[in-house]
Design a protein around this ligand. Sequence first.
Ligand code: ADP
Length: 374
Amino acid sequence: MILIVDDTPENLISLKKVLERHNFEVDTASSGEEALKKVLKNEYVLIILDVQMPGMDGFEVAEAISGYSKAKETAIIFLSAANTELKFITKGYSSGGLDYITKPVDMGVLLLKVKTFYRIYEQSRKLIEIQKALLDEIEFRKMAERKKDEFISIASHELKTPLTSVKGYVQLLGRSVDKGDIPTVKKHLAKAQVQLEKLNELIADLLDISKIESGKLKFNKKYFVLDALLDGVLEVIHQANPTFNIIRKGNAPQEIYADEMRIEQVIVNFLTNAIKYSPGTNEIEVNVKVGEGQLYLGVRDFGIGIAPELQKNVFEKFYRVEETAIHFQGLGIGLYISAEIINRHGGEVGVKSKPGEGSEFYFTLPLNAVPEAD
Ligand code: ADP
């Protein structure tokens, strides 16, 4: 927008008309004081400023404006009786740009100058935008780098923990073998196996992440019945966590077309999280519903829950709820992988949760999925 400042109403009106005819947005002020008030409130690309005005003259207005941060990019064209007056500006007006036009105003020259200032303004605005985008980009890199470093350190720690346990059990095994103490040998073997399984899962997750990143996560889809898959999964989970009572509600007896192992991986992830993030509880519900062309499977726990504002983040890569992360081991990638698997099957993942009351992590899958024609 352009601000015209002139104490002569005819000048204001005629200048405004010409500029508006050339599609410029125009505001007016009939004194220096009024101009200053308007500059504080609005943003102007250009101010056309009469030099000789009663009260504050044009130069004083320009000096005052040069101190406003709001008017940093604003250019000024003085309308002066003689061009020599310009040298009286003592404080340099260092910002947007300065020019002058002698009276009587030649409209053609004024329009040319206005257009030039507008072009310069647009160019500098674009440059500022580019600079900001570049700075944001650099910051975002930096951030990704930091997250990666953090992830490597957590991942190494997570891998080291079961590895150290395995080493310990193997040493103990050696001693029990020497003693010929078979029951203890069996006990240590079983414990080493549990830790090896943990290692295996961690490495499988890490491999999945790199497959997702490189677009190489492939699916082996076929028809299977979710109910049958669920029977097996719940049995295994119950065996590993005998204190937990897993209550199953609802059925999905029809065949669906999906990658059975990958869907199992998602269910196992939801269940192990439900157990991990629910210390002091012993019940979990698995809700299965079929309807409206889709299947719903939700794993409900009665554990720590997640604050509403953080719920949208939990499916992001490497995300862990900060306040609770130190109390529970994890890499923050299981839900990201689960979301990728479900989305690639045309379904959705989500969570309903209340802090202190528990969470229900769920996924939906379309029932009408069929093999794609080659
Ligand atoms: P991990 O459990 O290894 O940290 P996930 O990707 O499985 O990684 O989960 C991401 C984060 O979501 C967890 O760190 C935890 O903060 C939160 N979360 C996941 N499941 C639950 C749950 N059932 N209850 C509460 N918080 C959960």
